[in-house]
Design a protein around this ligand. Structure first.
Ligand SMILES: N[C@@H](CCC(=O)N[C@@H](CS)C(=O)NCC(=O)O)C(=O)O
Length: 218
């Protein structure tokens, strides 16, 4: 059986977990926090989560895991069938990560982890997020999902990226970023009506205290 390594607070882990559930695949979760132990880096070279253990070996990096799952288990596809639409889906996935998730992560210390962000970082991140928002609006065709009426891989990424980026933008800039992403309220409502999304969100909330305690112990 597929084994998914990670922990419930991790948004990347949840993107993969949600995809596995949406595709109706059986999998076992092995609770794992990122670390640099050789046993773990032999499976996930950067020491990050998630990592998927398959019958062939381990795969890390969320985009790659999602693509592998769709190639290996083509039922209930999470990427469009034709090459152009598939490329557009990938463009959305990369844009969500590169221009929203990763810049917002630079502000996690001062917004989510009880530390402080320096002004240079705050000033650098804002224009990247603004262009990221413009990019998502340009690429998406919400109805209510990012590419129409069926949830696909970009949606399972957006489900975990958008609320986090919203929280960071609100706290740092007082910016209601989601209000600037057309259709985001309908998109998130549709995605959150999924029973697995609700279950994983509850598990994430329950694990948050343990995660924060682990951070402050470092
Ligand atoms: N590029 C990776 C990013 C995964 C990632 O950053 N995961 C976080 C947890 S949400 C992590 O393992 N952080 C530990 C670290 O950066 O060393 C992916 O797509 O899976």
């Amino acid at each position: 059986m597929l084994k998914l390594y990670g922990f419930a607070v991790s948004n990347y882990f949840n993107m993969v977990r949600m995809t596995l559930a949406a595709k109706g695949l059986e999998f076992e979760v092995v609770k794992t926090f990122p670390n640099q132990n050789p046993d773990w880096t032999s499976m996930s070279p950067m020491g990050k989560v998630p990592c998927l253990e398959t019958e062939h070996g381990c795969i890390a990096e969320t985009h790659v895991i999602l693509e592998y799952l769709d190639d290996q288990y083509p039922d209930k596809p999470i990427l469009p069938g034709n090459s152009y639409d598939k490329a557009r889906a990938r463009q959305l996935m990369h844009s969500l990560e590169l221009y929203l998730e990763l810049p917002a992560r630079r502000l996690f210390p001062g917004t989510l982890f009880g530390g402080q962000n320096d002004q240079l970082t705050i000033d650098e991140v804002k224009p990247v997020l603004e262009k990221g928002v413009r990019t998502i609006n340009q690429l998406a065709n919400c109805g209510p999902y990012l590419m129409g009426d069926t949830p696909l891989a970009p949606d399972y990424m957006a489900l975990y990226i958008l609320p986090l980026v919203q929280a960071v933008a609100k706290k740092t800039y007082g910016w209601d970023l989601l209000a600037d992403i057309h259709g985001s309220a309908e998109l998130l409502a549709a995605l959150n009506s999924n029973e697995y999304a609700q279950q994983y969100s509850a598990e994430s909330a329950a694990e948050m205290a343990e995660f924060v305690a682990g951070l402050s112990a470092k």
